[in-house]
Ligand binder design. Structure first.
Ligand code: FE2
Ligand code: FE2
Length: 394
């Protein structure tokens, strides 16, 4: 049995970790590779680090479909400082007779002489060091130095991991920039669903909305933020505004009866169209709440919230981004949604039109008449999509 141990804080796990794991598993012909979440690493103190169990859940999700690689919570269960020597001993005892490899990054190898009991680690495990672009100077001489001082076997992998860092993932989450090229898809969704590494004001709004709307709706809201940020990046719109508008777009999305009761209690006027289709109220009311309860004053954000149900003639780019993000976010699963997803990143007007036609068809099939304002938006979009998409997108 050949076993690999690849430890780290994984705050959060990113594609660089996963590609490294896949590569070293092949390189060392490992039967099993355990990625071990460091609960409280003695050489990397950081009071702001995410709780270990959250980092572990993210890692577990990211490895869901990986062959022969799994997440280990052995250091979390052990509690106290996470010493590697205890971890390699644990695996040695668990899997008798196993040949054990410890996978470490270049920066970790530099600090290795300061770890607890380096000789003990090297008596139990062989070390494979993996460099990262810009972090690979003198890895081989470092390895030689460790072997002559502590004994054992230290080799350097032929693999140079990609230049991806958890620091960059955290920065982008904070700044409302997409992270889909840095992390696995389910990590991306987890980060959004749980509002991780986002600014405090965004987290506060998310938690406050979570007290009003259902859990499933909150998940949809956060995944809409994820999609909106990517669409905003694609079309050169303001990503922070897109995140804020997406976050608030359904802030008062309640069942119809509760919406009507809310309006009655608060003396809010309801139009004839809204009376027939009470769900329409939540977009107009959402914009009012965004302003009054959450202090949003930006007209671009407020407009995107207020027109996300039926659109409007002359919609702005931000209006369209929120409208489309709301309908194609990853948890949406209706007939034709993948066709719209295909179009959304090349022609936002066409994607808008497909969504509006889809809902108009649904209305007709349900035996109801398409309301005149929806039809006028469809006609308006038809006019736009007749033109060259590059002229209109943006
Ligand atoms: Fe909505
Ligand atoms: Fe929505």
């Amino acid at each position: 049995m050949r076993i690999g141990i690849f430890g780290g804080t994984f705050n959060p796990v990113h594609l660089g970790h996963i590609w490294t794991a896949r590569h070293v598993r092949e390189e060392l012909s490992l039967d099993k590779l355990f990625m071990v979440v460091a609960a409280d690493p003695p050489h990397k103190p950081d009071p702001a680090r995410l709780a270990a169990n959250i980092r572990f859940r993210m890692l577990e999700g990211a490895l869901e479909h990986e062959n022969g690689i799994s997440a280990s919570d052995v250091e979390i269960k052990r509690e106290g400082k996470s010493y590697t020597v205890d971890t390699v001993d644990f695996f040695k005892r668990q899997i008798r007779g196993a040949e054990i490899y410890l996978i470490v990054g270049a920066d970790m190898l530099e600090s290795f002489p300061n770890w607890r009991d380096p000789e003990g680690i090297l008596r139990t495990a062989k070390i494979l060091a993996v460099g990262r672009p810009g972090h690979e100077p003198e890895l081989c001489s470092l390895a030689d130095g460790i072997m002559s001082r502590f004994g054992g076997e230290v080799t350097v992998s032929s693999f140079r991991g990609p230049d991806i860092s958890s620091t960059e993932v955290r920065r982008r989450m904070f700044e409302a920039e997409p992270v889909d090229t840095l992390v696995a898809m389910n990590t991306e969704h987890f980060l959004y669903e749980n509002a991780l590494y986002m600014p405090d004001d965004i987290v506060l709004i998310r938690n406050s909305i979570g007290e009003v709307i259902r859990k499933k709706r909150l998940r949809h809201t956060m995944l809409t933020c994820c999609e909106a940020v990517k669409l905003a990046k694609r079309y050169g719109a303001d990503m922070k505004k897109a995140r804020l508008a997406a976050l608030l777009h359904d802030c008062i999305k309640l069942p119809n009866k509760e919406l009507l009761d809310y309006c009655e209690r608060n003396g809010i006027f309801i139009t004839a169209e809204e009376e027939q289709n009470p769900y329409l109220i939540h977009s107009r009311l959402g914009a009012v709440l965004a302003m009054e309860k959450y202090g949003v004053t930006d007209p671009e954000v407020l407009s995107a919230i207020s027109c996300h149900t039926i659109g409007r003639v002359g919609m702005s780019l931000m209006d369209k981004i929120i409208y489309v993000a709301d309908k194609i976010e990853p948890s949406r699963d209706f007939d034709g949604v993948d066709d719209i997803r295909d179009v959304a990143y090349s022609d936002i007007n066409r994607a808008m039109l497909l969504v509006m036609r889809h809902s108009a068809d649904y209305t007709k099939r349900s035996g109801r008449a398409v309301n005149p304002s929806t039809q006028s938006v469809i006609d308006y979009l038809n006019g736009l999509t007749d033109k060259d998409p590059e002229e209109n997108n943006g």
